[in-house]
Design a protein around this ligand. Structure first.
Ligand code: NDP
Length: 244
């Protein structure tokens, strides 16, 4: 599997699944830039460890995404060919306890971020007749999840966004796919109470949480030259927890 001389942005790339995606793309010969939202110290340590530059902007902010992409292109000396929309947050509560802000933040960052980043990069990919956009969805966007109407709606929206943009990009060499992880051992899942997590793991046929590197391998394939005939698809990587 080879992807040469391509430039990628991985949003939320400085830790967790995003960090693993950055490393997998770098391994394939891609020049990678990681975006992050606020944790400067984690970003600094990430860049020091991996040699991958990190750029801070809020993916939920339309203008910040346009400016961020420009900054990356100037710093790396080329156009962005690959975008992995990985940045995501949770603000969990049952509906009656969910504030409007909890709803809006999750929709703005998780779903709006995909639109904002595609808007800043897709026209150039289309013009150059090559591009790869991979959006990180979730098993909870496919199946729903108690206490996550905001997150499930945003992730489900990502799956629809993916299929619609895939239809627009297909004739121009731009593929758009989604990866739907199951429960992966990252900071996000560390925030789930232990007794809830135990019940979740009991429902995973392979009997364990996934590793970020297992998601990254799937994403790296979808970003490769060889994946040009794969578009509008959702790759579920979930230990068999949700099959359809
Ligand atoms: P983490 O919480 O470990 O990392 C999130 C990353 O997103 C960080 O780099 C963070 O930056 C960044 N980020 C958060 N908000 C913004 C923002 N507004 N603008 C830019 N960057 C932002 O997440 P995971 O690695 O666990 O998850 C990655 C993706 O995978 C998410 O989309 C998540 O929904 C999805 N997913 C995760 C699953 C899991 O089990 N972990 C399961 C299914 C889907 P900073 O460090 O600066 O805060």
């Amino acid at each position: 599997m080879q992807v040469a001389r391509r430039i990628a942005i991985v949003t939320g790339g400085t830790r967790g699944i995003g960090e693993a995606i950055c490393l997998a793309l770098k391994d394939q010969g891609v020049t990678v830039a990681a975006n992050y939202g606020g944790d400067d110290e984690k970003a600094r340590i990430f860049s020091e460890r991996t040699g991958i530059p990190a750029f801070k902007w809020d993916v939920g902010d339309f203008d910040a995404c346009a400016a961020g992409v420009k900054q990356v292109e100037e710093a790396l000396g080329g156009s962005v060919d690959i975008v992995v929309n990985n940045a995501g947050i949770t603000r969990d509560a049952t509906l009656q306890k969910m504030s409007r802000a909890m709803w809006e933040d999750v929709i703005r960052i998780n779903l709006g971020g995909c639109f904002n980043m595609a808007h800043a990069t897709y026209p150039g990919m289309r013009e150059r007749k090559w591009g790869r956009i991979v959006n990180i969805g979730s098993i909870n966007g496919q199946a729903g999840q108690y206490g996550q109407v905001n997150y499930a709606a945003a992730k489900s929206g990502i799956h629809g966004f993916t299929k619609a943009l895939a239809q627009e990009g297909a004739r121009f060499g731009v593929t758009v796919n989604a990866v739907a992880p199951g429960y992966i051992d990252t900071d996000m899942v560390a925030a789930v109470p232990a007794e809830v997590l135990e019940k979740i793991v009991a429902k995973i046929p392979v009997g364990r949480l996934g590793q970020a590197s297992e998601i990254a391998r799937g994403v790296a394939f979808l970003c490769s030259e060889e994946a040009g005939f794969v578009t509008g698809s959702t790759m579920s990587i979930n230990g068999g927890q949700h099959m359809y």
